[in-house]
Design a protein around this ligand. Structure first.
Ligand SMILES: [Zn+2]
Length: 301
């Protein structure tokens, strides 16, 4: 019997290196890297995040015309647009998440209520259909989806399917994420938040990831740290390879998009950059010693 194919789903916060990790994994000849599948629906409709690149595929074409996606969209979305939905809707600021975030060990079951909501019920079915089409179209045994969304990961993990789902939970120092997000917001959002406030949000989000991780069997989840990936790329790649049964290959030294057809991601993903570890975020805490300390403690929870 042939081995079942595998979807590797990266769960993380924004600004945590998921694009880097996806990029490293995409260099395997067994892997199809799809970017953030959660954003495919928005890219088809040209609405929501993605305006900056006109919701195009990373090849530069609109998804409906792209050589990779057009056939897949024709067989799925165009057949039945009303039940096509790639994105689990949830607001992490909703009150019901507070208990989950504070005490994930006790309240994790609350997450299942979100997945069963009417607006989300088509998502796992749609994604299963898409993954199955992609496996058939490429003949490659692995898909890497860097959608990042913990609840989306859970919805796929818990669904009926003919392929394996493996989760990589990618973490980064909460303090670094907060600084990166605050810089990002300075560029893109008018309403500013203090680093302290962002740091608490980042912590909160991580707790929800943690609650989700409790549903995943040990064999199916790999916890990784961005800082380690950036500094020991080959060794970290070998861990993924071994855990998920891939063929071994050499880690790239640069981050670059080749002829991939990926959805979403950070706009600067097209620049070719060396894979290095950057600690410049620490400067933002020079006058915030207490926050730096507290953030360090929060990292441990
Ligand atoms: Zn494309």
């Amino acid at each position: 019997m042939e081995k079942k194919p595998t979807v590797i789903y990266i769960v993380s916060d924004r600004r945590s290196g998921s694009t880097l990790l996806e990029n490293i994994l995409s260099k395997s000849n067994e892997v199809t890297s799809v970017g953030e599948m959660a954003m495919l629906h928005g890219h088809i409709l040209k609405s929501g995040p993605g305006e900056r690149w006109n919701w195009n595929c990373s090849c530069g074409e609109p998804v409906k015309e792209c050589i990779f996606w057009s056939g897949i969209i024709k067989d799925t979305y165009q057949k039945d647009p009303l039940v096509f939905n790639t994105n689990i809707e949830w607001s992490f600021k909703a009150k019901k998440f507070l208990a989950v975030a504070l005490l994930p060990f006790i309240f994790k079951e609350k997450l299942l209520g979100i997945l069963n909501a009417k607006k989300n019920k088509d998502v796992p079915r749609t994604l299963n259909l898409l993954y199955t089409k992609i496996f058939a179209q490429t003949g490659k045994p692995f898909i890497v989806d860097s959608s990042k969304d913990p609840l989306q990961a859970l919805s796929i993990y818990k669904s009926q399917r003919d392929f394996n789902v493996k989760i990589i939970w990618l973490k980064r120092d909460l303090r670094a994420i907060a600084v990166s997000k605050s810089r990002w917001k300075e560029l893109n959002v008018k309403k500013k938040k203090t680093i302290k406030k962002i740091l608490l949000d980042v912590f909160y989000y991580r707790r929800i990831c943690r609650a989700v991780s409790m549903f995943i069997k040990g064999d199916d989840i790999l916890r990784m740290q961005y800082e380690t990936i950036a500094q020991q790329t080959q060794q970290q790649l070998d861990t993924v390879i071994e855990k998920f049964g891939m063929n071994s290959y050499t880690a790239p030294e640069y981050m670059f998009v080749e002829d991939d057809h990926t959805i979403g991601g950070t706009p600067n993903r097209f620049e070719k950059r060396p894979i290095t570890y950057d600690e410049s975020w620490k400067k933002a805490y020079q006058n915030k010693k207490l926050l730096y300390f507290v953030g360090g403690l929060l990292n441990k929870f």
